[in-house]
Design a protein around this ligand. Structure first.
Ligand code: GUN
Ligand code: FE
Length: 501
């Protein structure tokens, strides 16, 4: 049936009659982009299969498959606070809403009551891979990890390291305790039973909350843990809010936020940096050089009045970018909301750039990396550098789809396993329906039985129902349109998922 798969930042495949062969282990054995029904047996025999060797699943009218969504940044322990506190900015919001909410997870019974709903809601939102922050508590975060493991979601789970600038009832008492509990969680996750085929879906992740909440001694120790485990992923926050950036530079006596993490060996290819709203171009160059990725969290960036991350400029600098819900800085568990807000943020930046250009500047502006001041102009217009392809441009549907899937996979260093449908990758997918009667979502009414799908075309080359279905799903869709959430070939959520049956 119809399949959508990203190819690059600027193109995706929309295949009306695609056949994907998935092995019992949940990997894509092979894929044929355009199969006429009458030629099905020929295709099977070319791949040495007899019809009796396979279970053939045909999609119903109005359905399509796309790769599962990747959430590169969220806080499971903040979900009880969703949608509350958005009138404050970051540092006040943390003190007044977030730390008190997370402190409740000291009670393991509370974690056991709360986290099942959190994981179920995130899975049913279509997130097949998720980077989770737990609270600072070891036991509660073990509960979270165990639930994610049982659910069968692909994920990274970390517990926060935070030993300063936090309330007395929600702070780690020593560097030793912070490091010991971190190592204990890593060990716990690595010891969880493996699937029969050995595919590890759940990974530990080092989680220094942000520079402000960690002493130099703690970051030094965490940097050592990282250096002795090159495969261990790292997640933290960077340059979300102006007051935060100033506080980091004064606490650490550094010139920039990125330089601060770099000093402690925490910027590397498997580091996920959330937000990056206030990053300077010099920092983007450093982040690209280290190979770290940015989790773009536009809902949260709007909700907490942090600003708009310059995603286009990050891409032009070669920084990997994915999307993140940042619950409860963001209020929606769905990556679809991030796609929508990423689109709006890019349009606002593009409008601002055009307005700024009207100031008829003579090219004398330049970005001062020490102040982070912006002149609002693409440097190319001043002749220093060719204008980038993405800087100050609206993000296209192809780019938005990429960020939500393959871009997120790159940020997690999982681009060889997930993010698109390709031979050898895992089958992590969403079965989407745009039929109103089927889904109960009248906002997505792209299904029109009177129109035929055009055959075997790329997204750019044809007026095609399938392309409209995708766009409508991305902008008007929600969990009602997601019939199945599939990870490693196994259905783990969605409207059609009834585990007790
Ligand atoms: N910076 C440090 N902690 C947090 C958090 O929990 N949420 C957000 N959005 N930013 C942070
Ligand atoms: Fe966050």
């Amino acid at each position: 049936g119809p399949v959508i798969s990203p190819q690059s930042l600027t193109d995706y495949l929309a295949l009306p009659q695609c056949l994907i062969c998935v092995s019992p282990q949940g990997n894509i054995e092979w894929l044929v982009e355009d199969v006429e029904s009458t030629k099905l047996n020929d295709v099977l025999s070319q791949h040495d299969y007899a019809p009796s060797d396979i279970t053939l699943i045909r999609l119903d009218d109005g359905e399509f498959l796309m790769p599962g969504l990747v959430d590169t940044h969220t806080h499971a322990c903040q979900v009880p606070n969703l949608g509350v506190g958005g009138e404050l900015e970051l540092l006040q919001w943390l003190d007044n809403y977030t730390f008190p909410t997370e402190a409740r997870f000291k009670d393991v019974e509370y974690a056991k009551r709360t986290y099942p709903h959190v994981v179920r809601r995130i899975v049913n939102s279509g997130t097949t891979t998720c980077c989770y922050y737990g609270s600072l508590h070891l036991e509660a975060t073990k509960v979270l990890a165990s639930l994610v493991h049982t659910a069968g979601q692909r994920a990274f789970v970390g517990k926060c390291n935070m030993n300063r600038n936090c309330p007395s009832n929600y702070i780690e008492p020593s560097v030793k305790e912070s490091v010991d509990t971190t190592l204990a969680l890593i060990n716990y996750i690595e010891e969880l039973p493996k699937a029969a085929d050995g595919e590890t879906l759940l990974h530990p992740i080092l989680t220094p909350r942000f520079a402000i909440s960690c002493t130099e001694e703690l970051l030094t120790r965490l940097g050592e843990v990282a250096q002795s485990n090159p495969e261990l992923a790292i997640q933290t926050h960077i340059s979300e809010n102006k007051s935060e950036v100033e506080l980091v530079k004064s606490l650490f006596k550094t010139n920039s936020y990125a330089e601060t993490y770099d000093k402690f060996h925490l910027l590397r290819n498997n580091t996920v940096l959330a937000h990056g709203v206030q990053l300077t171009e010099d920092e983007m160059v450093l982040i690209a050089k280290r190979g770290s990725g940015v989790a773009h969290c536009p809902t949260s960036n709007f909700y907490l009045s942090s600003g708009m991350a310059r995603v286009g400029m990050l891409l032009d600098h070669g920084v990997k970018v994915g999307l993140g819900t940042d619950l409860a800085g963001g209020y929606s568990p769905s990556i679809l909301a991030e796609i929508q807000h990423a689109s709006i943020a890019s349009k606002m930046l593009a409008i601002q750039a055009v307005d700024n250009k009207k100031c008829k500047c003579n090219g004398g502006h330049s970005e001062s990396s020490s102040s982070g001041e912006e002149d609002g102009h693409s440097r190319g217009r001043h002749g220093h550098k060719q204008p980038g392809r993405f800087t100050n441009q609206n993000l296209s549907i192809a780019t938005l789809l990429y960020l939500a899937t393959l871009g997120g996979a790159e940020v997690c260093c999982l681009q060889d396993r997930i993010g698109s449908f390709e031979q050898g990758k895992a089958f992590d997918a969403l079965l989407v329906s745009v039929r109103e009667g089927d889904t109960g979502n009248p906002a997505v009414w792209g299904y029109n039985p009177d129109r035929d799908l055009t055959h075997g075309v790329t997204a750019q080359s044809a007026d095609n129902n399938l392309i409209e279905w995708l766009e409508r799903f991305l902008f008007c869709g929600d969990d009602r349109n997601i019939k199945k959430v599939i990870v490693q070939g196994r259905t783990i959520g969605g409207r059609d998922y009834h585990p007790l049956r």
